[in-house]
Design a protein around this ligand. Structure first.
Ligand SMILES: [Zn+2]
Length: 142
């Protein structure tokens, strides 16, 4: 049984699935592959949701990332230093290692958090694909 159920925002965020249909991928490659780490797909391959609704759309994801990683770092250090009694050097060393290894995944889930704030889950989104539910992709310059 999966840890997170399809239909919840957490499922879309942590599995990096389209926030509308929860089926399509948002990134082409794995979060730890180092190939195309930050290139997001233009549209959902399953429901055609536009992942770039306007220029600079992911500017907001930067603030989301800042807020949650700030709290994460604080709680991480508090847990290892105060609760487990590790030294400051060891706690920060582990934190920095953890953040460096998961940098791309953190970047990606921050984008998915931002998308999930703005897009609602629609279980029938894939059925509407091709029935003019969403505008077809117009000319897009990179
Ligand atoms: Zn989708």
């Amino acid at each position: 049984m999966p840890l997170l159920k399809k239909g919840s925002k957490a499922y879309s965020i942590f599995y990096l699935k389209c926030p509308c249909c929860h089926k399509g991928e948002t990134f082409e490659t794995s979060s730890w592959s180092l190939v195309k780490p930050v290139e997001m797909l233009q549209r959902c391959p399953k429901c055609n949701l536009n992942y770039y609704p306007e220029p600079g759309y992911y500017y907001g994801a930067m603030f989301i990332s800042y807020i949650w990683t700030g709290w994460f770092c604080l709680l991480f250090i508090a847990f290892f230093h105060w609760f487990l009694g590790w030294s400051q050097m060891a706690s920060f060393g582990l934190l920095i290692t953890f953040l460096a290894l998961n940098f791309i995944y953190i970047f990606r889930i921050s984008r998915l958090m931002w998308l999930n704030i703005n897009v609602k889950y629609d279980p029938e989104a894939t059925l509407k694909f091709g029935k003019n539910a969403y505008e077809p992709l117009k000319t897009h310059s990179p």
